[in-house]
Design a protein around this ligand. Structure first.
Ligand code: GDP
Ligand code: MG
Length: 162
């Protein structure tokens, strides 16, 4: 079975940018403002010698109260459908309250989760990811989706060597 990887996280962290890089299509819209991609999008992806399906989600905006409402319905469905979740955070914005809510939900699930700190371009990779260890999801993987830095090695960590 072809593995399925879901991209979840707050709006504007770079999920669609990573989706586009992995699928090399213009299927998912990339915009400078949150919330443009409203539905789940599926793409056939190839990276690090693997073929897989990647699911882009519109994001969890965290404006509601409570853990469950932090998780927008389509993000919950994407998590259900996926073999692996890439939980993306924004290394430039730093740790945000909505990240904590999402992490709390993911920690309760029996789903392989990788914590990915995006937008590390121009930042020192080590100091850029330090705060995110507080989310209690283990290793933090630094990437720059718009430049491609760290993406291939991330997929190698997720799916193993080709
Ligand atoms: P989404 O809402 O999570 O899908 O986020 P988008 O993919 O739409 O990206 C939101 C904004 O972040 C856009 O302006 C992107 O160009 C920008 N962005 C995405 N990845 C990176 C990155 O690696 N570095 C920087 N500096 N900006 C990025
Ligand atoms: Mg998007």
């Amino acid at each position: 079975m072809i593995p399925v990887i879901a991209l979840v996280g707050r709006p504007n962290v770079g999920k669609s940018t990573l989706f586009n890089r992995l699928t090399r299509t213009r299927d998912a819209l990339v915009a400078d403002f949150p919330g443009l991609t409203r539905d789940r999008k599926y793409g056939k992806a190839e990276s690090a010698g693997h073929e897989f399906i990647v699911i882009d989600t519109g994001g969890i905006d965290g404006t509601e109260d409570g853990v469950e409402t932090h998780m927008a319905g389509q993000s919950l469905l994407a998590i259900e459908e996926a073999d692996v979740v890439l939980f993306m955070v924004d290394a430039r914005a730093g740790l945000m309250p909505a990240d904590q809510g999402i992490a709390q939900h993911l920690r309760m699930r029996e789903k392989a989760t990788f914590l990915v700190a995006n937008k590390t371009d121009g930042l020192d990779p080590d100091s850029a990811v330090g705060d995110f260890y507080a989310l209690g999801l283990g290793e933090v993987y630094p990437i720059a989706a718009s430049h491609g830095r760290g993406v291939t090695s991330l997929i190698e960590q997720v799916l193993g060597p080709a």
